[in-house]
Design a protein around this ligand. Structure first.
Ligand code: PEP
Length: 263
């Protein structure tokens, strides 16, 4: 149970490469039937493909308090980086967040802790909230290396960032073996790593900063398991892939978070 925390819940959707513009409009129309305003005690974010961002920013106007994010961002301001999008370009669109270092980007596009760090620094400079993903592979967990892997990714991502800025970063713990597999970390497994991340933040930046940072869980979170995971002391929300694609399922997780804020 989360106690004595000033943090709200952050329920974030990651659509990955799903939903074209027409589907995005339809999604917001349906979500708006469930939800006219984000409940107090909860923050809600949807990270859409670049091509849907404008439609999503427009659609989000019908749900008061709903934020829109991107799934990646480039670390440079401008230049010869074909196919890339800068943080300033996202800001201009009305985007507030960017996912950085998702395991799919680490796996398929060779993103390293160094590039995650550079993207995180550029996002902070530009006023975007970075959602920095960390998490171990199945073989790393089997070898008992999950804490070492997460520690290295965490400190790699946060290198050379001032404590005050660290408090603005969202960390998402996403065990790679649980992403899109239907296999979820148990609440105990999630809590163990979340508490570890918070203790690492406390050791590096002090108690106040460690208390302010949101740590999300991601990996097959869905309406059936969300309440249990969100009840863990150091789980401040979810980064949700598959279940965020259905407005009713996403709404159900938002409701779970709202209910927990009242318990
Ligand atoms: C994700 O894409 O970050 C994710 C956690 O996906 P899923 O919820 O589908 O496992």
């Amino acid at each position: 149970m989360r106690t004595n925390t000033m943090r709200k819940y952050l329920i974030a959707g990651n659509w990955k490469m799903n939903q074209n513009m027409a589907q995005t409009s339809a999604y917001f129309a349906e979500l708006g039937q469930h939800l006219s305003a984000v409940p107090s005690g909860v923050k809600v974010l949807l990270c859409t493909p670049y091509t849907s961002l404008s439609v999503a920013v427009e659609g989000a106007k019908s749900v008061t308090g709903l934020s829109i994010g991107a799934q990646n961002v480039h670390e440079k301001d401008t230049g010869a980086y074909t196919g890339e999008i800068s943080a300033a370009m996202l800001k201009e669109l009305g985007i507030g967040y960017a996912i950085i270092g998702h395991s799919e980007r680490r796996q398929y596009y060779n993103e390293s802790d160094e590039s995650v760090n550079a993207k995180t620094i550029k996002s902070l400079e530009t006023g975007l909230t970075p959602v920095v993903c960390v998490g171990e592979l199945l073989e790393e967990r089997k070898a008992g290396k999950q804490f070492d892997v997460v520690k290295a990714q965490l400190h790699g991502a946060l290198a050379n960032i001032k404590a005050d800025d660290v408090s603005k970063i969202v960390i998402a713990y996403e065990p790679v073996w649980a992403i899109g597999t239907g296999e979820t970390a148990t609440p105990e497994q999630a809590q163990d790593i979340h508490a570890f991340i918070r203790s690492e933040l406390k050791a590096a930046y002090g108690e106040k900063i460690a208390t302010e940072v949101y740590i999300l869980y991601g990996g097959s979170m869905n309406p059936k398991n969300a309440a249990e995971l969100l009840s863990c002391a150091d789980v401040d929300g979810g980064l949700i892939g598959g279940a965020s694609l259905k407005p009713a399922d996403f709404y159900s997780i938002i409701k779970d978070a709202e209910t927990l804020t009242k318990s």
